[in-house]
Write a protein that binds this ligand. Structure first.
Ligand SMILES: [Zn+2]
Ligand SMILES: [Zn+2]
Length: 336
């Protein structure tokens, strides 16, 4: 066993061992579903010979899904400690540059790593070349909030809004969504987009495989009962997985469009900054299009932090909801 650990050092760590086991189980599961299909389905082999593009496309999706899985599971969710380190490094670089040139550092240096929503905060960082992480985090909370509210009691770092300590990773995660056991990592600001693409690809693969299974059963029923039995069992588990994946995809799409996280949605009543906000008001939402754009395209910075909205901003957000409700009720009234 020691020799094994020597050859594969990652196996000596129980957490990494179990994550490696999970990855192996996932790849095996995928290979079983697709392997049995190609093993049993003679028609599919025939079709591959006649129309190779069809099978090539299917196999491309298969490998793309697995690659996406590994990319997502190995990507950082955006740990607060890393953001803090990056911020401090950028800060010290700015200080050195300003000391060397005997004049205030170029504002571009500070915005290399961290960007923040909220123009005031942005200006604060760019204007000051000696801002501490604590001050940065403090400025993101409304005045009067105590430091205890934003200091993590486990790793003792100051958490920006929307960050949460993950007990599995033992680190604070920016824009914490959930800890995914299947991927063996947290889903947060850094990898939520990759996670969405993974679910999307997995759903498409599951659906396509299901269609291939059904067409096999339709064409080959009553040839060999045990083959049919295996295929039916696999199809049932595939259908259950597909339903789960579809629901997950819809749920995460809804979260993205409203700029929420799973944690914020589930624990809304327990999160101090959301507790007093009316239902159906999404405090971080900037409209569906902007939310979608910032989720998909505005990934220029590694760590993007959002300050808590002010009371007038929340009120304005609530007004939009009331206006939307009014339009919907007007539409129903006119159409009835
Ligand atoms: Zn923590
Ligand atoms: Zn975690």
């Amino acid at each position: 066993m020691d020799r094994c650990y020597h050859l594969f050092p990652c196996l000596s760590d129980p957490a990494r061992r179990s994550s490696l086991g999970l990855k192996l189980a996932l790849v095996t599961l995928h290979l079983i579903y697709v392997g049995i299909l190609f093993l049993f389905d003679g028609d599919l082999i025939e079709k591959t010979k006649q129309e190779p593009w069809y099978t090539s496309l299917y196999l491309f999706l298969f490998f793309a899904t697995l690659v996406q899985y590994f990319i997502t599971s190995s990507s950082s969710p955006g740990y607060v400690i890393d953001a803090m380190r990056a911020f401090n490094e950028a800060n010290s670089r700015m200080q050195k540059a300003s000391m060397a040139s005997k004049q205030p550092a170029s504002s571009n240096n500070g915005s290399l790593v961290i960007t923040m929503d909220g123009s005031q905060l942005g200006r604060n960082l760019l204007a000051s070349n000696s801002m501490s992480w604590s001050k940065l985090v403090m400025d993101m909370y409304p005045q009067g909030t105590t430091a205890r509210t934003w200091t993590c009691s486990y790793c003792n770092v100051e958490q920006p809004p929307r960050a949460k300590h993950c007990h599995d990773c033992d680190k604070c995660v920016l824009q914490f969504d959930h800890h995914c056991v299947w991927l063996g990592t947290c889903i947060g600001q850094g990898n939520h987009c990759r996670f969405w693409w993974y679910i999307c690809e997995e759903t498409a693969l599951c659906l396509w495989t299901g269609i291939l299974y059904i067409s096999y059963l339709k064409a080959n029923i009553s040839r060999a009962w045990w083959k049919d039995a295996v295929m039916i069992v696999l199809l049932i588990t595939l259908s259950i997985s597909l339903i789960f994946l579809l629901l997950l995809l819809i749920f995460h799409s809804y979260l993205i469009l409203t700029n929420q996280t799973t944690y914020e949605l589930v624990r809304r009543r327990r999160i101090p900054y959301l507790r007093n906000i009316p239902e159906r008001v999404y405090p971080f939402s900037k409209g569906v299009c902007t939310n979608l754009y910032s989720f998909c395209c505005a990934q220029g910075s590694i760590y993007k932090m959002e300050s808590l909205p002010t009371a007038p901003e929340i009120e304005e957000n609530a007004l939009h909801v009331h206006f939307y409700k009014f339009i919907v009720s007007l539409y129903f009234w006119l159409s009835s």
